[in-house]
Design a protein around this ligand. Structure first.
Ligand code: BDP
Length: 706
């Protein structure tokens, strides 16, 4: 751990606080069950697992829990993988071992030589490490450890953070300071933060990290940088974390001295093969490449008249001898395509279903536009059964208030994962697509665009740590409940006191709907100010590409508001399975939360609650503001449960959020009012400023916008 003042340490330690438990009886019970630790195996992974146990247990139980040479006393905590444990310890574990995969673990009370012990094991040392973190979580959350039989495995293979970090240490869409990766000091200087980053990730099961921005710089693939990447890979390896890089498609030209990057060119093909060889020589377990190609100006195979399959397969062939993979992004839309932007990725990719190599996985954002506070699930998830699809969520809050707004994102993730694609009839959830269970894919994956920077608290907002945590937990098991995750996180990060846990959990669970209400209620989307995406900008209409302008998305006019994506409009609904398409197409069955995503409706359209669309929308904006007000008053009551520093930080941030929620409400309602021509309904507060004022605000230095 870094040496920081006591209060800053709490911010820094994330959910691995390991504070002494408040309940002395509970401490006594735990101590009576844990006399000491015995480890089997001597890999670096087992060593870090053992160190973590000592650190955690000693902290929480307030006494040193030592490592013993052998199982002499009763109540030993035994850790080790199947291959390093003695046969007689494993004797009653056959069925449990059959149930887990390579990264899974078992935590069980066992009897050995007629004495009771606790065993943490798995098929691999990394499995054991995951078990250790889970055991520590049991204690952090005050669970009983007398009758344990936990058998757990990750349901998704690739659980990856995507860092949009640039080599100059700025972070695209980063709101928590600069990049953690200190390229100038690497490889010789290993910052303690790299280790704590790996610990935090391993504790929630994240097993991969893409170190650099999808808007890639080819220099990362030069020996000068690969040496630094290697140093990071060495730090992360004991924690089960593989390193990946983004590959700039034009790298053969930029750093290879070739004239072309055409994926059909023999020299280009060879260049990538040699590059892969070079990387694997340094990093034998290198994960592979993430590629953004022919998207938002990034180079790609289309520059040479080739397609996504040509590009992805060429890179896949270079990586295949080393078991590397290609994560090829499907975030594409073109200024030359006049069709609804929401339809373009599907149109471009679905015809390629089944054409990618086995070591390619296509990475798809959760919705068809771009990480909005709410989007219906991306239609590609129900449309490419022969291609493994990887989910891309955004953890950093590009469109959700940066790191000043408390928004608990696992609620959003869960909504997407539970959405039913109806690909094979009812029950074909997005979770089942991405965990491979519906279509029996071997590679499965989920990526989260990281919200991590070098701020002391890592994520800019103490509660944004919960989004990192929750992403990891859902990546491990996409069927977990976001409420349970919130509770786990609160207990580990702050306190087990139920007078704290329950109200604050409620506040977290409400926070996602609050942001939808005060920014983009009823299916509105992409009306943030452009470029930096900070604050409202529904009026912006002057950007060169039509689909960069908020007016493209809300289409407000005298007749009404909303984007007609039904079959009478752009027919984006036609990209979903018939059951889903039908539901979205019909305004009577389209969920109101998605109404204006799919329909352009008159200001007098009657909502289910009897309000007109105009009044209902205005009331939603107000509701969002009121919800933030409630969050702030809930937090005010928590002072006695939280250390001073974090209490004050969250309090100040909630005040900012409240002001910004009002800003959103006022700016959007004043702007849309020009079209509706109607008064604000009763219950909606008077705007704090004029529309001119809101339109005059400029933020040339908003963070994250390089
Ligand atoms: C958008 C971001 C942009 C990213 C792009 C992407 O505004 O910074 O480069 O997505 O995902 O959300 O490639």
């Amino acid at each position: 751990m870094l040496s920081l003042t006591a209060s800053a340490q709490e911010d820094y330690k994330l959910w691995l606080q390991y504070r002494k438990l408040q309940d002395s009886e509970l401490i006594a019970t735990y101590k009576s069950k844990i006399n000491g630790i015995v480890t089997f195996g001597n890999s670096e992974t087992i060593q870090v697992a053992s160190k973590e146990l000592q650190l955690g247990l000693s902290g929480m139980l307030g006494t040193t829990i030592g490592v013993h040479q052998n199982i002499a006393t009763e109540n030993t905590l035994i850790i080790g993988s199947k291959s390093s444990l003695k046969e007689d310890i494993l004797k009653n574990l056959k069925s449990e071992l059959e149930q887990i995969n390579d990264e899974g673990y078992i935590i069980k009370n066992i009897s050995f030589n007629n004495k009771n012990h606790i065993l943490i094991t798995g098929k691999t040392d990394v499995g054991v490490l995951y078990g250790v973190f889970n055991f520590l979580r049991l204690i952090q959350t005050n669970k009983a450890i007398e009758k344990l039989r936990i058998v757990d495995s990750p349901k998704i293979n690739l659980r990856i953070l995507n860092h949009w970090d640039n080599l100059n240490r700025t972070v695209e869409r980063g709101y928590a300071g600069f990049s953690l990766w200190n390229w100038q000091k690497l490889p010789d200087f290993i910052d303690q933060r790299y280790i704590d980053y790996a610990r935090a990730n391993a504790s929630i099961g994240i097993n991969g990290t893409v170190l650099n921005n999808v808007n890639a710089n080819a220099l990362i693939l030069t020996p000068h940088y690969l040496e630094k990447v290697e140093a990071l890979a060495n730090v992360f390896r004991p924690y089960g974390i593989k390193v990946y890089l983004t590959a700039r498609f034009s790298a053969p030209i930029e750093i290879g001295g070739l004239k072309t990057a055409d994926p059909y060119d023999a020299q280009v093909i060879n260049w990538w093969k040699e590059k892969a060889k070079e990387i694997y020589k340094r990093i034998p377990d290198f994960g592979g490449f993430l590629v953004k190609a022919n998207s938002e100006g990034q180079p790609g195979p289309q520059n040479y008249g080739r397609n996504h399959v040509d590009g992805a397969n060429m890179l896949a062939d270079a990586l295949a001898p080393f078991s590397g993979i290609v994560m090829w992004r499907a975030f594409v839309y073109s200024e030359h395509d006049a069709d609804d932007r929401a339809k373009q990725a599907y149109n471009e990719f679905v015809p390629y279903d089944g054409k990618f190599r086995d070591n390619v996985i296509v990475q798809v954002k959760n919705g068809a536009i771009d990480f909005q506070p709410r989007e219906p699930f991306h239609p590609m998830f129900g449309a490419m059964p022969k291609t493994p699809l990887m989910m891309e969520f955004q953890i950093t809050q590009e469109y959700l208030g940066f790191s000043t707004h408390l928004v608990y994102l696992p609620k959003l993730y869960q909504e997407v994962l539970e959405s039913d694609t109806y690909r094979l009839g009812k029950g074909s959830s997005v979770a089942k697509i991405i965990d491979g269970s519906l279509d029996h894919h071997k590679i499965t994956g989920i990526a989260g665009v990281a919200n991590i920077g070098n701020d002391i608290n890592w994520t800019g907002h103490p509660f944004a740590q919960a989004n990192w945590y929750g992403f990891g937990r859902l990546a491990w098991n996409p069927y977990l409940d976001s409420g349970e995750i919130a509770e786990e996180w609160l207990r580990s990060t702050f306190s087990n006191d139920e007078n704290f846990v329950y109200p604050v959990k409620e506040m977290m669970l409400q926070s996602r709907e609050a942001v939808v209400n005060y920014m983009t209620p009823l299916g509105l989307h992409h009306i943030m100010d452009t470029g930096h995406h900070y604050g409202p900008g529904p009026w912006v209409s002057n950007l060169s590409r039509p689909e960069w302008n908020p007016v493209y998305y809300h289409k407000a006019d005298k007749n009404g508001i909303g984007f007609d994506r039904s079959k009478t409009g752009s027919n984006a609904t036609g990209q979903y399975a018939p059951e889903v398409a039908k539901m979205f197409d019909n305004v009577a069955t389209c969920p109101e939360k998605d109404l204006l995503w799919f329909h352009h409706l008159s200001w007098d359209y009657k909502l289910k609650n009897g309000q007109t669309l105009w009044n209902g929308m205005a009331l939603k904006y107000q509701e969002g503001v009121d919800e933030v007000g409630k969050m702030a008053s809930t937090w005010d009551k928590m002072e006695k449960h939280v250390d001073k520093q974090r209490f004050n930080e969250v309090k100040m941030l909630l005040n900012i959020q409240y002001k910004e929620a009002q800003w959103w409400r006022d700016a959007c309602l004043l702007y849309f009012q020009q079209f509706s021509g109607k008064e604000l309904p009763k219950g909606v507060e008077k705007p704090t400023q004029t529309l001119d004022y809101f339109q005059s605000l400029k933020f040339p230095f908003a963070p994250g916008n390089n």
